[in-house]
Ligand binder design. Structure first.
Ligand code: F6P
Length: 544
């Protein structure tokens, strides 16, 4: 008798929830085409703003109607999302396989200015503030030349060595806020990032720098990641070869880690060691000491604004009603597209060029969190879970893979991200901005409504084709449409709106995991590759 027979035949959530079953029936019956749904004069009401964050969500081009939306909101209710959200904010061990709290929300402080303790408690609050003060004080001292290299020269360059969550967040944010960083050629502090252990990645950064004025930051939660340790050893050799040796080297070294005993054993000075806690997941750590390179790049004041933006989104997430709650709405629309319209991927398409690294950042956050097939109860999840998240700059994508979106055989939901105002100091910047946002809006509309064969024939005739040619070309030149998309609009690209945008995605991922019943905060899936590499390193035989 196998154990399996002992398991009562109870369909595990979410299949047994009434809302899930209603949505499944509706999806099977079919939802009207978006070109029909968009004729509704009230369609524009499918939008919501997160007060105080500078972010608005327009989801009018998602393949839903009021009934579907109502059922999705009921699904969140039946999944107990609110209860699970409270558990997270109160520091319960919701990361069940590691028995850890998940408190990246604590890193950006508590919105409630009423003086009562944050839900995570005064102890955590104090720990966070103490380390944040150290980080900001150090960043300020380096930027102002009070902390200097071993020859007394101020630092001109910072090289952050880390990978995954120890790289993607700070690197993305530094690029996104480039307008606040030292411009090329100007005096000041430049921050560089190296993640890949391929020698060229480090060489191409170090080659142009002066060891005597370079600060090497080694960022690693575990301080064991082979890629990072490889790069760190090489960077320390570069310092030594450049005359920064022995004790003097400690003036050029910084460690950021949750394992300070390891960094100390490796010779990193305590005064330059900044720590965070095991309840901070790597992909959720940009708010912690791991944000030091960002604070060095944009300054402590702007870093505080970045934290405040995330805090404002946290406040929105815990206080806005579900029907107006941007993270909830984004999550539920993702569940509708993933589980009911059976779209296996999610495209994140950013239109501001400074957000070029946002999609790779969200890729780790979403896919390393929700790329799980087993629920918290140990059962195989009966539904699909995290989508394949991909993307990049939208305008460049239009000239690369949008063909597939428009006429391919995949239905790919899109999250467009744009900014409503741009202050790039270029004489014709307003025209650039107009062209960029015109394209964003046009793509969302074209993907939604498409063009029927009948309308295509009319268009081809208008181009001067004869009837026979127009009919012959109609199939190749028509567009299915009905591709769902959301438009996420930032008032402008600032530390505050960027912080809010990241928190929006963090809470989207949380909400989807809460519905699927999976643990978004461990990452056992990355372990096998690491252990395989170690075994092979020590000569284990492998099948060719
Ligand atoms: O990809 C696996 C992972 O553990 C990520 O979760 C993490 O952000 C990255 O590797 C780097 O880990 P560490 O910060 O410990 O070097």
């Amino acid at each position: 008798m196998t154990v399996k027979n002992l398991i009562p035949d109870v369909r595990p959530a979410p299949l047994c929830w009434p809302a899930w079953q209603s949505l499944q029936a509706r999806a099977n019956a079919g939802v009207p085409h978006l070109r029909h749904l968009l004729t509704d004069p009230n369609r524009h009401t499918l939008s919501a703003t997160a007060e105080g964050t500078g972010i608005r969500l327009d989801y009018s081009r998602q393949a839903i109607d009021d009934w579907v939306l109502t059922q999705l909101l009921a699904l969140a209710e039946q999944a107990g999302v609110a209860r699970q959200r409270t558990a997270m904010f109160h520091g319960e061990a919701i990361n069940t396989t590691e028995q850890r709290a998940v408190l990246h929300v604590a890193l950006r402080g508590h919105a409630g200015a009423t003086g009562h303790d944050a839900p995570w408690g005064a102890t955590v609050q104090q720990q966070v503030h103490t380390e944040l003060d150290r980080v900001c004080h150090f960043a300020s001292a380096v930027r102002q030349g009070q902390v200097r290299g071993c020859t007394g020269q101020a630092f001109t360059d910072v090289v952050n060595i880390g990978i995954g969550g120890s790289d993607l967040g700070p690197r993305m944010a530094t690029d996104a806020l480039a307008h606040l960083c030292t411009p090329p050629g100007a005096a000041g502090l430049r921050v560089h990032y190296v993640s890949n252990p391929d020698a060229w990645a480090l060489h191409s950064v170090l080659a142009g720098l002066n060891p005597l004025t370079t600060l090497v930051v080694v960022a690693s939660k575990t301080f064991t990641t082979q890629e990072t340790m490889t790069n760190a050893a090489s960077a320390r050799r570069w310092l030594a070869d450049g005359g920064v040796t022995g004790e003097a080297q400690s003036q050029h070294l910084v460690a950021i880690t949750a394992a300070p005993q390891r960094s100390a054993a490796a010779g990193y000075p305590a005064a330059h060691t900044f720590t965070f806690w095991d309840w901070v997941g790597g992909r959720y750590s940009v708010w912690s000491a791991l944000g030091l390179p960002l604070a060095l790049a944009i300054g402590p004041e702007a870093f505080h604004d970045f934290l405040a933006g995330a805090q404002a989104m946290d406040h929105h997430f815990v206080s806005a009603p579900p029907a107006l709650n941007l993270p909830m709405l984004l999550a539920l629309l993702g569940v509708w597209n993933r589980n009911f319209l059976n779209c296996p991927t999610q495209l994140v398409s950013t239109y501001p060029s400074r957000l070029a690294r946002f999609a790779p950042f969200v890729q780790q956050m979403d896919m390393e969190s929700n790329g799980k097939r087993v629920q918290k109860n140990g059962q195989a999840c009966p539904t699909a879970t995290g989508p394949i998240v991909w993307g990049g700059l939208g305008i460049d994508g239009q000239h690369a893979y949008f063909q597939l979106l428009h006429q391919g055989t995949h239905r790919v939901p899109v999250e467009f991200i744009g900014v409503l105002s741009d202050d790039t100091p270029l004489p014709l910047a307003a025209e650039h901005h107009r062209v960029v946002n015109l394209n964003l809006r046009a793509q969302a509309q074209a993907l939604a409504v498409g063009r029927t064969e009948a309308d295509t024939v009319k268009a081809l005739l208008a181009e001067g084709l004869d009837e026979a040619s127009a009919q012959a070309m109609a199939a190749q030149r028509s567009f299915e449409g009905n591709v769902p998309s959301s438009l996420i609009w930032l008032d402008a690209l600032t530390p505050r709106t960027l912080g809010a945008l990241i928190a929006l995605y963090e809470h989207k991922v949380f909400t989807q995991a809460a519905i699927w019943g999976i643990n978004a905060y461990d990452q056992w899936g990355v372990e096998l590759g690491k252990t395989m590499a170690k075994a092979m390193e020590h000569g284990a035989a492998v099948c060719r």
